[in-house]
Structure formats: C-alpha cells, structure tokens
Write a protein that binds this ligand. Structure first.
Ligand code: CAA
Length: 284
C-alpha cells in the first residue's frame, strides 16, 4: 500500500488521545473521534496539556506544537471519518461486542487499502478481524501509557494478517518514533500477559498483608529498577482496565490470572486509579 498519511483514532480516552498526539507530532493528519463532543473535547484538552508540558520542558518547539494541533481534526462519526483513512486505530474500552460493531461499521465505509489497527491490550485480533471485510488488513497496534513517552509499539499479527500489513505497521512505528516488536495473536500478547501477572501478584500480596502498598512498590522500584511499582502502575493503567484484562486471561489461560477479590472490590467502589483521583494511592 502507499504511505500512511491520514489516521483516524477511534476513542479519545487515555490511550486514544495519546495515539492521536504522537501521530500528529509525526506529521500525519489525524481525526480523533469519540461518541460525544464532550468526550472528544476532553481528549483534545489532554493533548494540549501534554504538548504544553513538552514545550515547557524544551522538548518541543512552539511551532511544532502548533503544527501538531493543526493536524488534528475531530468527529463523532468514526465510520464517516474513515471514508478517506489510510489507517484506523481503534482505542475503545476492552469490550469485544463494542469493537466488533465498530469495525463492522468502519470497514463498510473505509477504502480498500485502509489498514485496521486495534489497540486492544489482550483481546483476539483474529476475532476482531472477523467483523471486517478483509482480515489481511487487520492488525494489533498496542501502545503504552503515557503514549508520548513510552517507546514500544507491540504489533500483533492475527491469523489472517498479511505480510504487507505487518510491513506497513512496522513502517508506521518508525514514522511515529516507536520501536516495534511483532508477536502472534495470543491472549495478552507479550506485554499484558507479563505485566498483569506482576500487578495481580502485588494485589494478592497487599490483600494478604505481606507488606504495605508503598513497600511492595518500593521493592520493584528500588530492587528491580522498575520506573513504577506494580500497584502505582495499576493506578496509572486503571483498575477497571486491568480487571477486564485479567478476566479475559483467566478465561483463556487459567487460574494464575484469577482476578484478586480486592481488585474487584476496589473497582466496585469506583477506586479506578489515577484517572479518578483514587486507587491504591490518592491523587489530589
Ligand atoms: N506527555 C508528555 N510527556 C510526559 C507525559 C505525557 N503525558 N508524562 C510524562 N511525561 C514526561 C515528563 O515531562 C518527563 O520529561 P523529562 O524527562 O524531560 O523531565 C518524563 O516524561 C518523565 O516524567 P516525570 O518526570 O513526570 O515522572 P517520572 O520520571 O516518574 O516518569 C513515567 C513518569 C514516564 C510514567 C514513568 O514513571 C514510567 O515509565 N512508568 C511506567 C509506565 C508504564 O509501565 N507504562 C505501561 C503501562 S501498560 C500499558 O499502558 C498497556 C496496557 O495495555 C494497559
């Protein structure tokens, strides 16, 4: 396929707005979409905050910020916006039915060369591909939070993903300054499968009183040089997001991924992590 110039990002939440931002900063035209004007506006305001932070730190020139902002359009109609897209990246909640509906609608409108990317962190790319009219053009493009900072792009090949689509995904990763790894479609891929098991064990340790949240995190931050301990990281990712991943991996891979009762309780109590100001820690 010809080079990617226009990207549609579906979902303006934590991941979607970050993805839109890095694409725009890399000179691509982006349309950021979500279900309501309010949700899109929230995403755009998070992009503004992140760009401002980079300008303040001297990591981005003011003109580059203006160029990036000018490259971002918004919409509440993902299928309509995809009518001239080279690449669509879906970053909606981890709900298979939602993703299938979305890809069905988008692939009915997108041109025959459009690549369909999903930012799912654990669900089957092969199953998602079944909702489109061409599985060869469907691929996992798994980003990490905060997207402007994290270097990795985990590329996930579904059963029907073509080599041409994988090559285009690799080229896209280089274009946006990310280092790609390529994994085959399997529950949790490489990153979530390893990442959630550590978080899950940390929650079980907290639940059984092995140590305080601060000490469990310090164990990995100071003892293993992780930039963030597993509980603080669960707060960053979102407890609801982690629970959804664990439930899926528990079904697919077995007992070691059974979600801890404490995690369920905290999600029920609305302690979803940093995004709501409260998780294992408080965020004033
Ligand atoms: N936009 C732009 N820049 C940002 C930013 C953002 N949203 N967030 C942080 N930064 C920048 C800061 O400005 C800072 O820049 P300088 O180095 O120039 O000062 C740098 O990143 C570091 O940030 P801070 O100084 O604020 O704080 P820190 O040193 O503690 O780093 C962190 C913060 C980058 C988040 C670091 O703690 C970290 O890497 N944590 C681990 C994150 C991680 O593991 N993410 C993956 C989660 S799993 C996932 O996302 C996938 C999934 O499927 C759920």
């Amino acid at each position: 396929m010809s080079e990617i110039a226009k990207v549609v990002v579906v979902g303006a939440g934590t991941m979607g707005h970050g993805i839109a931002q890095v694409c725009a900063q890399s000179g691509l035209r982006v349309t950021l979409t979500d279900v309501s004007e309010g949700a899109v506006a929230k995403g755009v305001s998070a992009i503004d905050k992140s760009l401002e932070r980079m300008v303040q730190k001297g990591k981005l020139a003011a003109e580059a910020r203006e160029r990036a902002r000018a490259a971002i359009a918004t919409s509440t109609d993902p299928a309509g916006a995809s009518a001239d897209a080279d690449l669509v990246i879906e970053a909606v909640p981890e709900n298979m039915a939602l993703k299938l509906d979305l890809f069905r609608a988008i692939s009915a409108r997108a041109p025959s060369h459009t690549i369909f990317g999903t930012n799912t962190s654990s669900l089957s790319v092969t199953e998602i591909a079944g909702a489109t009219n061409d599985a060869a053009r469907v691929i996992g493009l798994h980003f990490f939070n905060p997207v402007p900072v994290m270097e990795l792009l985990e590329i996930v090949r579904g059963l029907g993903t073509s080599d041409a689509t994988t090559d285009a995904a690799r080229a896209f990763a280089s274009r946006i300054g990310k280092r790609p790894i390529v994994v085959k479609d399997s529950p949790g891929f490489a990153t979530s499968r390893l990442g959630v098991i550590l978080g899950c064990e940390a929650i079980r340790m907290l639940e059984t009183g092995v140590a305080s949240a601060e000490d469990i995190d310090a164990a990995m931050e100071l003892g293993y040089r992780h930039p963030m301990g597993p509980l603080r990281l669960t707060d960053l990712v979102g407890l609801d997001v982690r629970l959804a991943i664990l439930e899926h991996l528990h079904r697919e891979l077995g007992e070691q991924f059974r979600p801890p009762a404490l995690l369920r309780q905290m999600v029920r109590a609305g302690r979803l992590g940093k995004k709501v100001g409260r998780g294992f820690y408080e965020y004033p």
